[in-house]
Design a protein around this ligand. Structure first.
Ligand SMILES: Cc1cc2nc3c(=O)[nH]c(=O)nc-3n(C[C@H](O)[C@H](O)[C@H](O)COP(=O)(O)O)c2cc1C
Ligand code: SF4
Length: 411
């Protein structure tokens, strides 16, 4: 049976997350030391060539994003790093594990990112309900300041960087990067129109790098062990590992770090198999803004590219497993209710569209006589939303809906 490959989680459960000496003994801050011995552009090239891609959902090249941010607005007086630690996607709890069990790792990644783009100020936008993550991160920041890994002249260099925590208040939409920047600026959490992207005009209109916790946690490892080591993990096109959070009808739900390219079947096996030996029916990959798949996808490699080619998503790495007796219609309904609840109401297509979809899904659940027409109406509604909504939330319902229709509803 496949085993976990723990690189990001190598210290989890093994060191005291509140003791910086434990982290240092495990090789902590060596990646930062290496980064500071390199020019910022070399750090960006190393991460780019290693093939690190964003673990927040979209899978965008981290090095490329750093390059855009570092090359944008050269006259701007300030550049920011913003850590997306809001973790709002249903079924996702991977960043929480990093923050609770090895907070220095992502903090070190944040400082490396700041050096790469020459930022002097960073914010960690942390989900307010994650009390333990907040506590551990606060302690890590305090200790990093005390030991000279944060603040003025980091590790004796001429580089200075400060970081602060800001708490999210439970809005899913505030996990979206531009909405997060509005919230950080003290405004209501509604989205901005893209472009401009944060790299060009981000926090307080300055170039800003927004990265997910898991993404940043990879950086110290790549810097200290080198890009060739990282390229050797995963598949030819998708390097490194992914932390999957598996829940639903498996015997051992939880978080599992595996090389990119693992199959869904292997992942279920690692999670102890189907609960009580029930037959597999479906998986929802990537959370509410993800896609349903059926058993024909059990042997597909779970990488950003392969799943996209097959019409599915890897997203944040959330995997919710359903067994034969579970209702896909019910889970879809839960997703649609979630979108209705989280819609900020700023634009009409999403505000009314999410309400219409929930109403139609209620009809579906109550055994509507013309199921086929109802599903077609829902698909048309979500297509209209995807084409006309202001931000990615309104463009999301089409993903679970279309995939549920493809595999389960249109038969
Ligand atoms: C509605 C919505 C919610 C999101 N929530 C999160 C989140 O909780 N955490 C996260 O890292 N990214 C989230 N994202 C993705 C971010 O907008 C952004 O792509 C990510 O922080 C970029 O970091 P990465 O390149 O390291 O993945 C969300 C996106 C959308 C549209
Ligand atoms: S798409 Fe939805 S969440 Fe996004 S701005 Fe419009 S109403 Fe708000």
């Amino acid at each position: 049976m496949i085993q976990e490959t723990r690189i990001v989680l190598k210290n989890a459960g093994k060191i005291d997350p509140e003791n910086i000496d434990d982290y240092l003994k495990a090789g902590g801050y060596e990646g930062l030391r290496k980064a500071l011995s390199m020019r910022p552009v070399e750090v960006i090239d190393e991460l780019l060539e290693a093939g690190l891609r964003g673990r927040g959902g979209a899978g965008f090249s981290t090095g490329m994003k750093q390059r855009f941010t570092s090359e944008s607005c050269l006259r701007c007086p300030q550049r920011y790093v913003v850590v997306n630690a809001d973790e709002g996607e249903p079924g996702t709890f991977k960043d929480r594990v990093i923050m609770e069990q090895d907070p220095h790792l992502y903090l070190e990644g944040t400082i490396i990112a700041a050096w790469a783009i020459q930022a002097t100020k960073g914010y960690i936008y942390l989900r307010g309900e994650y009390t333990d993550s907040i506590k551990k991160t606060k302690k890590a920041i305090e200790d990093a300041y005390e030991r000279g890994y944060l603040g003025k002249n980091i590790m004796g260099s001429d580089f200075s960087f400060d970081v602060e925590i800001r708490l999210g208040a439970g809005s899913y939409l505030c996990g979206e990067e531009l909405t997060m920047l509005e919230s950080l600026e003290g405004k209501r959490g509604t989205p901005r129109i893209k472009p401009p992207f944060p790299a060009e005009k981000g926090l307080f209109s300055m170039p800003t790098l927004v990265n997910n916790v898991e993404t940043l946690a990879n950086a110290p490892l790549i810097l200290s062990k080198g890009k060739a080591w990282y390229q050797g993990i995963g598949t030819k096109r998708s390097h490194g590992t992914k932390i999957f959070t598996i829940s639903g009808q498996v015997n051992k739900p939880g978080h599992y770090e595996l090389p990119m390219g693992v199959t869904l079947e292997d992942l279920i096996g690692l999670a102890g198999g189907m609960r009580g030996g029930r037959p597999f029916k479906a998986a929802l990959l990537g959370g509410a803004a993800g896609t349903f798949v059926d058993s024909s996808m059990l042997k597909e490699r779970m990488t950003y590219d392969n799943l996209k080619e097959k019409g599915a998503t890897l997203g944040s790495g959330a995997v919710i497993i359903m067994a034969a007796e579970d209702s896909v219609e019910q889970i879809l309904h839960n997703c649609l209710r979630f979108f209705r609840h989280e819609s900020c109401g700023k634009c009409v297509p999403c505000r009314t569209g999410t309400t219409i979809l929930v109403k139609r899904s209620e009809q579906l659940l109550s055994g509507h006589s013309d199921r086929k027409t109802l599903v077609q109406q829902m698909l048309r509604e979500s297509e209209m939303m995807a084409a006309t909504s202001l931000c990615p939330l309104g463009q999301s319902p089409i993903l679970p809906l279309k995939s549920a229709a493809r595999y389960f509803l249109e038969h």
